[in-house]
Design a protein around this ligand. Structure first.
Ligand code: MG
Ligand code: ZN
Length: 225
């Protein structure tokens, strides 16, 4: 007799995919372009969001879904202070976002009044790679103090993203980060990946990122018209 085996994690992931598709349809209907920002803790997700809000103020309306493993809404408050409409998701200890959490957070936002939505994932380079949220762009933020070996250690994350930010380039003279080794690792996993080396602190390289943000928001608005 063969006993039927149910692969719980596979089922959970396929249920997640369905909700992610519904999220995408809602975003498209409202003319919102969404980015799923993933990184290790402290890489600069919120700082990059803040800089972007400040720079695109008056040109692109920005929303933010922040997630953290506690009630402390520190980062959502930072985004609001910078001028975005923000909601905080307390995952109660869970180490990644799933599409259902994002659906619930989206329900709290005035999507019709938002052009660009940042979804700040939990700081973690492992499981966020497996859980699609319905965002149009999956973006990874690496930072130079983390070291240049991360593509080799977290290949699934580097393999599955659509764009890469290398933050804290101002610290390159002070940390051991071999950019060539890092780039080789990324190229082996995700050939030709769009990459933005920048520093949220010094401002170098930020213009290229702002231009990209404005262009994806404009393209979305043109589609929605
Ligand atoms: Mg943050
Ligand atoms: Zn997780």
């Amino acid at each position: 007799m063969t006993v039927k085996t149910i692969h719980v994690s596979q089922n959970a992931l396929s249920a997640n995919r369905e909700i992610a598709e519904q999220n995408r349809a809602k975003l498209d209907a409202a003319g919102v372009v969404a980015l799923n920002l993933m990184a290790s803790p402290g890489a600069g997700k919120t700082s990059l969001i803040e800089r972007t809000i400040e720079r695109l103020d008056g040109r692109v309306r920005i929303g933010m879904i922040n997630s953290d493993t506690s009630r402390a809404a520190i980062d959502a408050e930072r985004a609001e202070r910078a001028g975005a409409v923000a909601v905080h998701l307390d995952t109660v200890g869970r180490c990644h976002l799933d599409a259902g959490m994002v659906r619930d957070a989206m329900a709290c936002l005035p999507l019709r009044d938002i052009d660009l939505l940042f979804i700040e994932n939990i700081g973690n380079l492992v499981c966020p790679a497996s859980w699609r949220l319905g965002a149009h762009w999956n973006v990874l933020i690496a930072s130079t103090p983390e070291g240049d070996d991360k593509p080799y250690k977290y290949p699934k994350m580097y393999n599955g993203v659509d764009a890469l930010v290398i933050n804290k380039t101002d610290l390159l003279p002070y940390v051991s980060f071999d950019l060539d080794n890092f780039t080789r690792g990324v190229e082996g996993l995700n050939h030709g990946l769009t990459t933005f080396p920048l520093s949220c602190r010094s401002g170098e390289g930020l213009d290229q990122w702002f231009d990209w943000m404005a262009s994806i928001a404009d393209r979305k608005a043109a589609l929605a018209r």
